[in-house]
Design a protein around this ligand. Structure first.
Ligand code: HEC
Length: 100
């Protein structure tokens, strides 16, 4: 009985962490961002300042990639995409298929 309980918990934990890597839940971008990205630049100021560097969606994706690479976070593309989507939705508001 006790053994069965331990096995059940273990497999629940395992499937939860597998899911976290494979599918991006709606709020993944926000939680990844809030955990990893606010130590250097303060959100939202840097994303909304008048002289911000990012000018379009590709630029945003590139900059997110640049920061995660700098930080050696080794994120999956899906994680970069989730944070890019989060920042775009909250702050940048570029058209999804904007300029290249
Ligand atoms: C080690 C410090 C550091 C961390 C942590 C960091 N960044 Fe950056 N980020 C920078 C610097 C430096 C700039 C450039 C600021 C400038 O050009 O004035 C920047 C700029 C940006 C910009 C462009 C802002 C603009 O001008 O439009 C975005 C977007 C961005 N970072 C996203 C992220 C994301 C997403 C994360 C988390 C994965 C992150 N950053 C974590 C240092 C950091």
């Amino acid at each position: 009985m006790k053994f069965g309980y331990v096995v059940l918990c273990g497999s629940l934990l395992l499937s939860a962490s597998v899911m976290a890597k494979e599918v991006a839940p709606q709020n993944e971008g926000k939680s990844l961002h809030d955990t990893n990205c606010v130590s250097c630049h303060k959100a939202p100021e840097i994303y909304t300042r008048a002289e911000r560097k990012v000018k379009d969606l590709n630029g945003l994706a590139n900059q997110v990639q640049r920061c995660t690479t700098n930080l050696k976070l080794n994120w999956f593309d899906s994680e970069n995409d989730a944070v890019t989507a989060y920042l775009n939705k909250e702050y940048y508001k570029f058209e999804p298929k904007a300029s290249k």
